[in-house]
Design a protein around this ligand. Structure first.
Ligand SMILES: [Zn+2]
Length: 253
């Protein structure tokens, strides 16, 4: 079920143990080949595909389309909100959902810049609401074992707007992928201890603006992107999301 497609009467009759999904995305530069909406389209794709498989077992909220993207502000079109605003927005939405009686909330994150605040939200909301299950999913971590095997471009290849995000966008919105503008992005960092990508977290956290690190806004290898890889990623992530839903429903039964 899609939250805002229901009438208030229909929503009042939905079982209160149903897992409610809030996609946390971003509107930010993704190189010269992908649109600013990339993270939102990817997050909503996973939520919608999950909904297709189990339409009566999930309730999908309208997504948060602007996230914490200050590090991308040197690139035209990026929108950002502060960490405080992000936390308050998610908290208020989750509290509204809980006020209607729902007990299982999944924060489906599709943007790296929302990870740290997402973790704060899990700890804060979880502590304050002991009878509610608060779960955050970062899609690239969910299916990471399978994704490792899929990664052709090697270490550093699956960063921002790289091999995986480009593959997903070729599947989800091929008309928005500018194939002629695909350029290899940065794979390595000045320091080995600050190197990392979606599968391999860096050893330390070191803040720099994206422009200081990559002139074209890309980390990794979008040239390795393919629709076939996009299909694999989509299936694995949706399968794993479904397992979480099944476990929650068993736990709640
Ligand atoms: Zn992205």
């Amino acid at each position: 079920m899609i939250w805002d497609q229901l009438t208030t009467l229909e929503l009042s009759k939905v079982a209160r143990n149903i897992p409610v999904i809030l996609t946390m995305a971003a509107t930010e530069q993704h190189g010269k080949h992908l649109p600013l909406a990339t993270d939102r389209l990817i997050g909503e794709h996973f939520a919608n595909e999950l909904h297709k498989v189990i339409p009566s077992k999930v309730l999908v909220l309208p997504s948060i389309s602007i996230g914490c993207s200050s590090h991308h502000m040197d690139f035209s079109g990026t929108l950002t909100i502060s960490h405080d605003t992000f936390i308050r927005q998610v908290e208020d939405i989750v509290r509204s959902v809980m006020q209607h009686g729902f007990k299982n909330i999944i924060l489906l994150n599709s943007h790296g810049g929302n990870q740290a605040v997402g973790q704060v939200l899990v700890e804060k909301l979880g502590y304050e609401n002991p009878t509610t299950n608060i779960i955050m999913v970062n899609w690239w971590k969910l299916a990471s074992n399978a994704l490792f095997a899929l990664n052709e471009s090697g270490k550093g290849g699956v960063g921002h707007a790289g091999e995986f995000e480009t593959s997903l966008m070729l599947l989800i919105a091929p008309h928005l992928v500018h194939a002629d503008n695909i350029e290899k992005g940065k794979h390595t960092d000045t320091f080995s201890w600050s190197e990392g990508d979606m599968l391999r977290g860096a050893k330390v956290s070191y803040y720099r603006s994206t422009k200081e690190m990559t002139t074209n806004g890309v980390f990794g290898s979008p040239e390795y992107g393919s629709i076939e890889k996009g299909k694999h990623i989509s299936k694995w992530v949706v399968d794993d999301l479904k397992k979480i839903i099944d476990d929650i429903l068993v736990m709640e039964a």
